[in-house]
Ligand binder design. Structure first.
Ligand code: ADP
Length: 684
């Protein structure tokens, strides 16, 4: 609905509405802007508070970490001596003597190497692994292999291996071979759960078992185990990844260079589809392991650069800065050796965690990382320290344990700001909506009132004019016969009646407006009410030659209504039916009943009412604004009175209408009015 249609001063009104909207929207937008800035500031302030809180803790932690590195240098010296002696086959391997390069039983280093001044790389061993067992396998094992590979029937092989397993005990070589074959067959039959269990047993029980072809069973099982795991099971993946990294880091690993390389590549492929952030340490570890060949190439011929005491050295290999512990050792034949290993920052996370626990700091986790590594945007860094007093090209990051901690810290206040903002904006929007709605309604009402005054004046003037005209005729003695005099007096009488009906309607309306209209409900016959109304409209009916038919439902007995009010309802509907009909001058009044209502309907074949207007015609002063309707004079009060009266009877008025075909107004009254009556009485 356009404002222009209702307001003669539409332009002025539009300007005013725009001004109101502008006056409300501008401050609300500014408020939103300030709110967002406040939220940002709050986040920064909280981050700063967190940093202020953790800076001293980070400083203290850094000192402790540096203290650990001093000890590490001392302890690792002997470990590297042992490594060199073992590589030159002076002593046999003793893992305990490498404790200096471990933290709580786990390697903190990898890529162990020993270089000989003349012979080159002694460690890692580049060739094949020596088999640990050459024994014979039982005939049934061969049968299972045949079934698995030739008959392509791994399920059958599973059964044979399972029965073999029942007959073997302890960590015998045969048991390792069977476990390996069973794990493989189970994964082929897609029996993941059992396959995983068998592989776990194999990894633990047959850690150093190398079969006759030089294949390390445990290493192969570790890879298969990772491949079988659900990539989304982050915790299990992390545990498996770290287990594999530790296994691959063993200086005396019993596996061929090729098998190691293959396992690293394949497991990295699987890890691609995991939560990379949670498995960052495994990625770092495997990345270092996969650079083994490049590292060895880089270190070849660097013996001269290294001192006799253990030191840390940073080498840039393929663009990556790597930190090594190195030591020059002279063997029993007076030949120089270079022994060392690459230190892995992730290997020391446990040490940092223990220090934090010792310091009784909670809610954060510490990580040692290569210092050039970029800060992870997703991680909330509470403190950073670069290890200045050592050669370690690492930095110490202290991160909040869960990324939402900061949000939570600043969250309560931010939530409050957001809510205030939302409420303010809602209130403003509601204000704008209500103001505009109110203004449109007022404008419309003022237009309707103006129309009402002019149409009522018109309605008053018409009968008054004829009364005056006929009175003058009588006074001037222009009437010649008694017959003519009678006609004049009759017309004056009709017009006076019409006038008083109009005045009565206006008075009724004003009573209704003031809530002073009283109803007296009693049992009445609906057909009698209709007859009274038709009789009241008789002059109109006859004047325009209308045919009014009535159909009454015989079953209807008494209805609880206010007689006069109900007659007024029917008169209004009937006179509208007459007023708004053109050629087809037929009106039908009908009473009937259904389960819910007693229905009185007035049907005409007049001009009809457009769909969009059918609700509005019951509003006070509203008149349909079409040429056909406007041609008929009226006040726009009739239907609002009808609606008011019917609702006072706890009923409702409905209209069905098609423009050009006619309208049917239906007054629906409830069956029993006893309760309503007493209720109304109470209200009154
Ligand atoms: P009015 O005094 O103008 O007749 P009402 O409240 O009785 O006032 O009716 C409101 C408007 O509804 C009318 O102006 C007319 O446009 C429309 N209307 C009412 N009854 C009919 C009908 N039977 N057929 C067509 N239009 C109707």
């Amino acid at each position: 609905m356009s404002l222009r249609a209702y307001d003669p001063n539409a332009r002025g009104l539009r300007k005013f509405v725009l001004l109101v909207i502008f006056a409300i929207t501008l401050p609300s937008m500014m408020l939103t802007g300030f709110g967002l800035i406040a939220i940002q500031n709050e986040r920064h302030a909280t981050l700063k508070r967190v940093k202020d809180l953790y800076t001293p803790i980070t400083g203290k932690l850094e000192q402790k970490v540096q203290g650990y590195f001093v000890q590490l240098l001392e302890k690792s010296s002997q470990s590297l001596d042992h490594l060199a002696a073992w590589a030159t086959r002076e002593v046999s391997f003793c893992e305990d003597r490498l404790e200096g390069l471990k933290y709580q039983g786990s390697w903190i280093a990898t890529n162990f190497f020993v270089m000989h001044a003349h012979e080159g790389v002694l460690l890692p061993r580049m060739g094949h692994a020596d088999p640990t067992w050459y024994g014979f396998l039982p005939e049934s094992f061969d049968r299972a292999l045949k079934m698995e590979f030739l008959d392509n029937h791994p399920a059958g092989a599973v059964e044979i291996h399972q029965s073999l397993l029942r007959n073997t005990s302890g960590a015998s070589p045969l048991r390792c071979m069977v476990l390996n074959a069973l794990g493989r067959c189970l994964s082929k039959t897609n029996n993941k759960k059992e396959a995983k269990e068998i592989l776990d047993v194999l990894i633990d029980d047959c850690a150093d078992f190398v079969d006759a072809s030089g294949y390390n069973l445990a290493l192969g099982a570790l890879l298969r185990r990772i491949q079988l795991e659900n990539p989304k099971a982050t915790e299990q993946m992390l545990a498996l990844g770290l287990k594999l990294s530790q296994y691959l880091s063993k200086p005396n690993i019993q596996a061929s260079f090729d098998q190691i390389q293959l396992v690293i590549e394949e497991s990295r492929k699987v890890l691609e589809s995991t939560d990379r952030k949670a498995l960052a340490s495994v990625f770092h570890w495997l990345e270092s392991l996969s650079a083994r060949r490049d590292i060895l190439n880089h270190l070849r011929g660097r013996i001269q650069d290294v001192q006799a005491s253990v030191t840390t050295k940073v080498f840039r290999i393929n663009g990556v800065r790597r930190l090594f512990l190195v030591k020059k050792i002279v063997d029993h034949q007076e030949v120089e050796l270079l022994a060392g290993c690459e230190l892995i920052p992730a290997g020391l996370d446990k040490m940092v965690a223990d220090l934090l626990e010792h310091m009784e700091v909670e809610g954060v986790v510490g990580h040692l990382r290569p210092s050039e590594l970029e800060f992870d945007q997703a991680e909330l860094v509470a403190g950073v320290a670069f290890l200045k007093n050592t050669d370690f090209a690492w930095r110490l990051d202290v991160d909040l344990v869960d990324n939402e901690a900061l949000e939570r810290l600043s969250g309560s206040r931010i939530t409050m700001y957001v809510w205030i903002l939302v409420l303010l904006i809602l209130a403003l929007a509601l204000g704008i909506g209500k103001t505009v709605h109110f203004m449109i309604r007022e404008t419309r009402l003022s237009k309707l009132k103006t129309d009402f005054v002019s149409s009522v004046s018109h309605e008053l003037r018409t009968p008054l004019t004829s009364i005056r005209m006929f009175t003058e005729t009588l006074l001037l003695g222009r009437v010649e016969s008694r017959e003519e005099m009678r006609e004049c007096l009759e017309t004056i009488g009709h017009e006076t009646e019409r006038l008083s009906r109009l005045v009565e309607r206006i008075l009724d309306f004003s009573r209704m407006e003031a809530g002073r209209k009283a109803f007296r409900f009693q049992p009445e016959r609906l057909d009698e009410i209709v007859r009274t109304a038709v009789a009241a409209c008789r002059p109109m009916i006859e004047k325009d030659s209308f045919a009014v038919s009535t159909i009454f439902d015989d079953r209807l007995s008494h209805v609880w209504v206010d007689r006069d009010a109900m007659v007024e309802v029917v008169v209004n509907l009937l006179s509208n039916a007459i007023k708004y009909s053109t050629d087809r001058r037929e009106v039908e009044i009908k009473t009937q009943q259904n389960e819910q209502w007693i229905v009185l309907s007035v049907r005409d074949q007049g001009i009809g009412i457009p769909k969009t207007e059918q609700k509005k015609i019951f509003e006070k002063f509203h008149r349909v604004d079409t040429p056909l309707s406007s041609a008929v004079s009226g006040s726009g009060l009739g239907l609002s009175l009808v609606d008011y009266i019917v609702r006072a009877h706890q009923g409702e008025v409905k209209v069905i209408s098609t423009p050009g075909s006619g309208s049917t107004f239906m007054v629906c009254l409830p069956h029993r009015h006893d309760d309503a009556d007493s209720k109304h009485g109470e209200e009154a």
